[in-house]
Ligand binder design. Structure first.
Ligand SMILES: *Cc1c(COP(=O)(O)O)cnc(C)c1O
Length: 398
């Protein structure tokens, strides 16, 4: 992780007060017996996994969900102990020693995981680990996402039988994932739900958690039988899973202070580092694709595609002094140029994501403009951009 830089003004500001606000909304909608797992994969959707995990646990989350073993280890090494960390993706069983050592809960798609894991421990002379630690696991069920998991009742029955050969493994949960809760045909949710109910009949009663909800399922399609665990991701970060925007006239956000609405936690800002007046006909940037239509004020901002401001984001205006300013010419790896309505000094704030005056470059608004999803914009913010955290009082957290 690159430390916050005093040498380059581009930074992602993460408002932990907004994270807490969003969690409060989420918790108010949940049943008391449901568990909340904060999904913090991909560095907490670009927000910083350690800080977000700590904030979510302080706000009452019961567990964490990540995508990979390495993401889980990062959290344990940061001192996050005594809470379950569920790895949502499939894991190489040969990493069993570390999985046990860090008490990570794995997701499996069959019993082969346990066979290979056992052989690995045998080979490395670490079988004793199985006496000291339990391996908790969840079985994935594929009810129509077509990604991971068992697909038929016969497969689940066979699994339930074969797993008895591995008494050192604790079958703690089963889960599935819905393909259309965040967009697509709604009828397909019922198709998957039926398949889920049918597969569950082959799951032994001793399996404690049966869960299916991500943010979208929890928000809109909570079923008669609640998901024992809610794997809440995007909502925690204050972004709607379908990129629906609060009421208002976009890009002006008239409803930013709605009490019951999610608040986006992340703003991406930088500053003008160079400014000049160019004469009519001057070309700007690679390929000389932009030509000044008159004498124009052009500013240079140290933000580029290596910071996650991808070349196709050229169409998004940025915000300067409460006004929308177009990006002109191609976005470079480390810099880009914008056109100003008048001269602004070096050091003037430039907002890429977030609020400036009553304009708001809401991440969902940006996503809609280029036919992508908020998730993608957030998770591609570059590693080079330091994350700065604001505490509940809006002060920079050391
Ligand atoms: C990423 C993920 C989630 C979280 O999804 P959101 O839409 O961000 O709430 C939940 N479950 C699984 C299996 C996932 O992969």
């Amino acid at each position: 992780m690159i430390e916050p830089s005093e040498h380059r003004p581009s930074q992602a500001i993460v408002d932990l007060g907004a994270i807490r606000h969003n969690l409060t909304i989420i918790q108010a909608r949940m049943q008391p017996e449901q568990l909340l797992y904060a999904t913090v994969k991909a560095d907490a959707y670009g927000h910083g996994a350690i800080q977000i995990s700590k904030a979510a646990l302080e706000a009452g989350a019961d567990g964490l969900a990540v995508a990979t073993v390495d993401e889980g280890i990062e959290l344990r090494q940061a001192g996050i102990q005594d809470v379950p960390i569920l790895i949502l993706g499939l894991t190489d069983p040969r990493g069993i020693a570390e999985i046990l050592h860090y008490h990570l809960t794995v997701t499996v798609s069959g019993t082969e995981f346990f066979e290979v894991a056992y052989q690995q421990l045998q080979r490395s002379g670490e079988l004793a680990l199985l006496d000291e630690c339990t391996l908790n696991f969840h079985l994935a069920l594929d009810t129509g996402m077509g990604r991971i998991g068992l697909r038929t009742t016969a497969e689940v029955r066979a699994f339930a039988e074969a797993i008895n050969a591995f008494p050192w493994a604790q079958w703690e949960g089963v889960f599935t994932h819905f393909a259309t809760a965040g967009g697509g045909p709604e009828a397909y949710i019922q198709t998957q739900w039926k398949q889920w109910q049918s597969l569950l009949q082959a799951v032994p009663d001793t399996v404690r958690y049966r869960h299916y909800a991500n943010s979208a399922m929890a928000l809109w399609y909570d079923q008669a039988i609640p998901s024992d665990i809610v794997r809440y991701g995007i909502g925690i970060y204050g972004v709607d899973p379908k990129d629906q925007l609060p009421e208002g006239d976009w890009p002006a956000d008239l409803a930013v202070n709605q009490q019951d609405a999610f608040k986006p936690a992340l703003s991406l800002i930088s500053e003008i580092v160079h400014v000049k007046k160019v004469t009519k006909g001057s070309k700007i940037s690679y390929g000389a694709t932009y030509e000044a239509q008159e004498d124009e004020w052009i500013a240079t901002i140290p933000m580029g595609y290596a910071d996650g401001w991808l070349r196709r984001y050229e169409v998004f205006p940025v915000l300067v002094d409460g006004q929308a300013c177009p990006i002109v010419g191609r976005i470079n790896m480390d810099q880009l140029m914008i056109r100003l309505p008048k001269q602004y000094p070096v050091g003037t704030t430039v907002t890429f994501i977030g609020q400036d005056g009553h304009l708001n470059n809401h991440v969902s608004y940006l996503a809609q403009q280029i036919d992508t999803i908020g998730y993608e914009i957030l998770t591609t913010i570059g590693k080079r951009v330091p994350r700065i955290y604001l505490d509940e009082a809006g002060k920079v957290k050391e």
